[in-house]
Structure formats: structure tokens, C-alpha cells
Design a protein around this ligand. Structure first.
Ligand code: AMP
Length: 190
């Protein structure tokens, strides 16, 4: 079993690298952002409530994302492992995740943190906004807010995993292949 937290600010390349990691290690991908966007598309109550917060670049409440992850962990059955992408995003989510996993006899093995310069994040997100049409990638002030929210609410998680000896910084600048190579090297050294 291999359970990874793929961490980093918006635009760090978590989704892109998650796809490659899943292909190589056959992990189950749990992306709270993807799940929320599918709720919005399906026009569920949850999607309607979360949509406006996401459009402003704010986090949705912890209980909402925790419940989404809990439901998927419970029904996952026998799998080679999980890759958590965009979750946890607060220290409280990280604590609950540890609790939920330990109830299933599982644990996080590694927290891989993609480190990317601020200007590069903004240009990657604006480019993605043009291609994907994602509302929260279209506007520089919303992008700036998401980066600010990351520093205030999400970055403290680094200390949480560092205290467990699981925090692994990964240089997130360079080609997709180079970054993937760095990630797999860290996983191999587990
Ligand atoms: P992402 O696709 O991971 O960039 O997430 C897009 C948006 O979904 C974020 O800006 C938040 O509004 C919301 N979101 C995704 N994951 C979480 C989470 N773990 N906690 C709170 N909000 C989240």
C-alpha cells in the first residue's frame, strides 16, 4: 500500500503529476477539487453551495470535503493505495485524514510538496484558464486570492507533516518529465 499526499499551491502541477503517478503506481486518485467540480456540473445542492466559494477562490468548509473523502475511502475496497490531491488543505483536514486512515489500518507514507515560484504559478493558472475555461483560473485577483489562502490556511500543513518526518519538498520548476523523475526518486527511497 502506498498513500501519498500531493501538495503544493494552486498551479504547482499537482493534477498533471497525479495522472502520471496513478499510471505508474495504480493508485486511486482522490482530488477534492475534481469531486467538487463534478458536483457543480451535476447541479447538486452541495455543488450549488460550493460553487460560489470556489469562484471567489475561498476554501469550502472542512466538513464538506472531509465527508467527500470519508465516503470514498470507506467504499474503496482493496486498492494499491491513494493519492490525495488538493486535500488536506487545512491542518484540521490533515488531522482528520490521519484519523480516518488509522481507523482503516492505513497511514500516509509521504507528503510530496511541489515548490514553484509565485510568478510561474500565476502564468500557469492563466494559461490553464484559457484552455479549460475554469472560472477560478480566469481572473488575476481570484488567482492572487487563492495563493494568499494557500499561504494562510494551507501552508501550515507543511509543519504538520514535517513533524511526522513525511514532508518532502520537490522542485516543481522544469519539464513535466523532470518533475516526475524527482517525485518517483523520492517514492523509491521510501
Ligand atoms: P483545486 O482543483 O484543488 O485547485 O480546488 C479548486 C477549489 O475547490 C479550491 O479553490 C477550493 O475552493 C475548493 N477545494 C478543493 N479542495 C478543497 C479542500 N481540501 N478544502 C477546501 N476547499 C477545497
Amino acid at each position: 500500500m502506498l498513500n501519498l499526499v500531493l501538495f503544493g499551491p494552486p498551479g504547482a502541477g499537482k493534477g498533471t503529476q497525479a495522472e502520471r503517478l496513478i499510471e505508474k503506481y495504480h493508485l486511486v486518485h482522490l482530488s477534492t477539487g475534481d469531486i467538487l467540480r463534478s458536483e457543480i456540473k451535476a447541479k447538486t445542492d452541495l455543488g450549488l453551495r460550493a460553487g460560489s466559494m470556489m469562484d471567489r477562490g475561498e476554501l469550502v468548509p472542512d466538513e464538506v470535503v472531509v465527508e467527500m473523502i470519508h465516503a470514498r475511502l470507506e467504499k474503496s475496497g482493496d486498492v494499491p493505495g491513494f493519492i490525495f490531491d488538493g486535500f488536506p488543505r487545512t491542518v484540521s483536514q490533515a488531522e482528520v485524514l490521519d484519523k480516518m486512515l488509522s481507523e482503516l489500518g492505513l497511514k500516509i507514507d509521504l507528503m510530496l510538496s511541489l515548490e514553484v515560484e509565485r510568478q510561474e504559478l500565476v502564468s500557469r493558472l492563466l494559461l490553464r484558464g484559457k484552455i479549460s475555461g475554469r472560472n477560478d483560473d480566469q481572473d488575476v485577483s481570484i488567482i492572487e486570492n487563492r495563493i494568499a489562502v494557500y499561504h494562510k490556511q494551507t501552508a501550515p500543513i507543511i509543519q504538520y507533516y514535517a513533524a511526522q518526518g513525511k514532508y518532502t519538498p520537490i522542485q516543481g520548476m522544469g519539464s513535466i518529465d523532470e518533475i516526475f523523475e524527482r517525485l518517483t526518486t523520492s517514492i523509491c527511497s521510501l
